[in-house]
Every structure is written in C-alpha cells, then in structure tokens.
Design a protein around this ligand. Sequence first.
Ligand code: DGT
Ligand code: CA
Ligand code: CA
Ligand code: ZN
Length: 574
Amino acid sequence: MENSEIARIFWQIAELLELKGENPFKIRAYQKVARNLEGLSQNLEEIYKKGGLAALEEVPGIGEAIASHIVELLKTGKVKKYRELLEEFPPSFIELMEVPGLGPKTALLLKKKFKIDSIKKLEKATAQGLLKNLPGFKEKKIENIRKGLELKKKVAGRYLLSEAGEFAEALISQIKKIKGVDKILPCGSLRRQKETIGDLDILVTSNRPQAVLDAFVKLPQVARILGEGPTKSSVILKNNLQADLRVLDPENFGAAAHYFTGSKLHNIAIRELAIKKGLKISEYGVFRGKKRIGGKTEEEVFKAVGLPYIPPELREGRGEIEAARAGKLPDLIELQDIRGDLQMHSKYSDGGNSIEEMAEAARKLGYQYIAVTDHTLSTRVAGGQTEKEFLKELEYIDKLNDRLKGFRVLKGVEVDILPDGTLDYKDAILKECEVVIAAVHSNFKMPKDKMTRRILAALKNKYVNLLSHPTGRLIGKRDPYEVDLEKIMKAAADTGTYLELNAHPERLDLNDAHCLRAKELKIKLSINTDAHSAGNLSDMKYGVATARRGWLEKKDVINTYPIDKLLKFLYAKR
Ligand code: DGT
Ligand code: CA
Ligand code: CA
Ligand code: ZN
C-alpha cells in the first residue's frame, strides 16, 4: 500500500465525519494526518515492516491511535472506524459525494429524499432534467452539478502525477529485482511529467524478454493481466492503475524510449521530418531503406533528423521542434536551482509544524530562505489570524532570525482578497512583511468580470508582490474560477507583481500552458509548495516539473535568486 492510498482513506474518513456533523476539531485532525502522510518521504508499509507499530508511532504527525489505524489498514485494507462508516455510506455514495460542486450535504439530501445514491443515478436524473423538480435545486445549482459530473468524467481513470509517480517507483523497485533486466525507464506521460497520468509505460531492455515478462505479470502488485505478447504485457495493478511493460533489445533503447515517451503529436512531427530526409523512424530504430543507422540512444534519433536533444517535458508538439532547429530551446529550470520556498503555513495558522521546524526542513533541502505565509482572519477556518495575533508571529520571526545562521525566514502573509477586492489586512500591517501573497479563498463563483476586477484591485496594492494559485483550480475537484487570466497577467506585468506556480500536486496553478504565456509577457513566477507540514516541502518537484513543461528557465523564477537579489525583486513595487 502506498502512502497516498492511506492518505486518501483518511481524507474520506474526514469527509464522512463531516457529513455526520462530528466535532470540527476531530475532522481537522484527520485532515491533518492525511496531509502529513502525503508529504512523507518514507513508505509507511516499509516503516511498519521494519520496525513494527513502535516505528510507526515515531513518525512525526502520527500518534498512537493513528498508528494502530494504519496497521489495521495495512493488514486488512480497512479501518474498523471506517468500516462502520462505510456500512452507512457505500462506495457508490462516496463517489457521489466527491462529485465537484455537490459536496457531502447535498449528496446526503439526494440520497435521503430522492433516492439518488450513485453517480449513475445522478447522471440519469440530470440528463432527464429531473433535478429542477426537486425543492431547493435552482438553475445555478443544477448547472454546477452538471459541470461537476463533466469534470469527474474528464479525470476518470487518470491519476495525479504525484500518485502515479509513487506507484511507478514502487513497481520499478520490484522490476529491478527481476533477473535479466538491464535498463528500466518509465516513459509516456510520466516521463513528460504531465499533471495527470493515464497509465504507466515502462520500458525495459533485456536479452531474455520472455523470462522478464513472465516474472513481471507475477509481481505482487499485479491484480490482473490485460494482455500478453512476445515483447509487451499490460496489467492492471492493485491500485487500479494500468501498467504497460515493453521489453526490448538493448540496441533499440533510444528509439524505443523516444517512441514510448511521446507525446503522440511530437512523435508524428519527428516521423514526418524523418520521411522528408528519406529516413524511417520507429520504436526499433532509425532506418535508411532496410539499413538500420541508429537508435541506441535518444540523441541518435534526434540527430538523424538534424535536431539536438529535446527534454521530455517539452515534447508536446508546442513548437519544440522549431525551437530546437533554430537553436532556441530553453535552458530548463532544475530542482537544484531552487533556493527557497515562498509559501508555507506554520502552527500560527493551519500548518502542522512550527516555523523553526519548517526552517530546519528547508535547510535540509539545501535552501537559503523560506517565507512563512500564514492565513488571515477571513480564512478563520484555516486558522487565519487577527492583525494583532499576526504581529506576534512577526516578532517571533525576527527573534528566530537572530538565532539562525546562514538561513533567513522571510516575514510573509497569505492575505485574503475579499469579494470587493480589498485585502484582509491593512496596509500598515502588510508593510511589515517581505512577502505579501494575495489569494482568493472564498466566493469562487463570482461572474467573470467581477472576479477579474476583484483580483486586479489586489494587484494594484503596492505591498502585494505575489498572486497565489491564480486560477483556484483543484485537479479533478474544482474548475478554475471564471476569470480573465490574460488581463490578470498583463496587470501583473504592468504592476511588477509576480505570479505563483503552486506546486501542490492537486493545484499546479499556474499550469504549464499558463507558464508559457507568462514567459511571453515577461512575467516572473515563484514556485511555492504551500506546504502545511515540513514533509510537503518536497512537493517542489511537481512545481518544477510543471515549470519545465511551461518552458521556464532559472531566470524566470524568483525563488532561484540569492536572497539579496530576491529582496530587490520583492521590494521593486514599493
Ligand atoms: P496517458 O497515458 O494518457 O497519460 O498519455 P501517454 O502519452 O502516456 O499515452 P499512451 O500511454 O497512450 O502512450 C504512450 C506513448 O506511446 C505515447 O506518449 C506515444 C506513443 N504512442 C502511443 N500511441 C501512438 C500512436 O498511435 N502513434 C505514435 N506515433 N505514437 C504513439
Ligand atoms: Ca501512458
Ligand atoms: Ca500506455
Ligand atoms: Zn492558499
């Protein structure tokens, strides 16, 4: 079992408890555990196998009760507490509850009053126009439900990059142990680091393909076999993700890696280029007539069509071939370029760790600075502070910085943009901060022009130097709010405000395409994890992956700058 699967169950427990009107503190405790588990770098099952219950209890954020829940989960796939809730709410209902725009309360109403207790029944009722006959279901609400069903369909069967990456890692560690396996490379959308992944495409080279394929389908993670051939097997893993394994001769590694990495659009364009040069490129190599002239490495494939190596994240048919030909490929940002993280939460609002613990964890990642950006009053549910409480936090940071050597905690805030476009703290307070992040956390459903004006007003404030998660989307859960992003970007450029690429794997907001546009408009970004626990700081990799897909270079991202340069940029507006 992977950490994300365990975390998902804790999220569901929290949702069901909410539905039952349980104590909000208890609900938040489960949410906190779930978030913590997502951020852990060590696999919980392995911790348990090695050190038993005692070792689990040692993991930060896991207490005695949670540790015993996890053990139950690992042993039986269930938590007793959860099983009781499950009897009351079957899986089809949980699925219904997770339809974006519906939520637990409406789902319960639909079930109790109208016997609609599954997505299927809801789809039918929506298609037949029956919802408008139900009391309390206004046009707007029905429209939201319809959109939610569509969103759910769009991501059906797709996994977040973070989940698929974790599943792939676990699978690859098993494949590595199979005798006769030479190289292993995860290809497809995972190698291109797309925000969601349909299935895993794993490439293996071996001189004994049959033996490797036979051992692969017998791995403990495999739930069932979809198809078997002499060079390929497709299976469904126990976590429901499909994995395709292809075993090829070591001579073909480059050509096969290129082919299976895709994207399809990119592959087609490369093949057309080859044809123009009288060549043929396939997963088996580069050919002139019958003669094989290359394919051992990916470089050979690109070279055959007169191009330099193109990094996988760029292979989306978005102009990478033209850029490569003109010698204008970007020098993509890398994880090691990141020098700090400019959005995170501490115990002062809804984070799970103290500022000092966050700083310590960041230092371990090799960072030189962080900004702590707790929530403001109107986000009280997320521990938002009053101005008075907040000033105490700032005092604490000053004192902490006196103690820290060679590391700097920047004073920051994630200030709510209220529906009328004003900010939740006075300028006199914002002035005390080095990093002022403005963000929309409420009233998501405003008309487009109103939402645009709301955000534009915030960008005009001279203390606001960063706009957080600019579209508010949650992948598979919440569509971006209606907003004229082009106008927002232009205003960011005009006012000297930076935009965030929120690295949380469910947000990735701005997304890759937005990054491309921001770069055209010469807007700088900050890639921030929005960590709510020290473990979440490692989400940075997903943000950097998305930035790479958006063609960003080190210089486009302000948290790659050394502290002095960063501060100059942060104060440019004042
Ligand atoms: P996914 O799985 O939906 O997240 O996206 P991909 O890109 O991993 O797509 P997938 O798994 O269907 O195929 C893996 C790679 O194989 C794909 O990126 C490119 C290559 N490929 C698949 N089908 C075709 C095809 O019809 N033509 C060409 N040229 N390449 C293909
Ligand atoms: Ca795939
Ligand atoms: Ca595939
Ligand atoms: Zn936020």
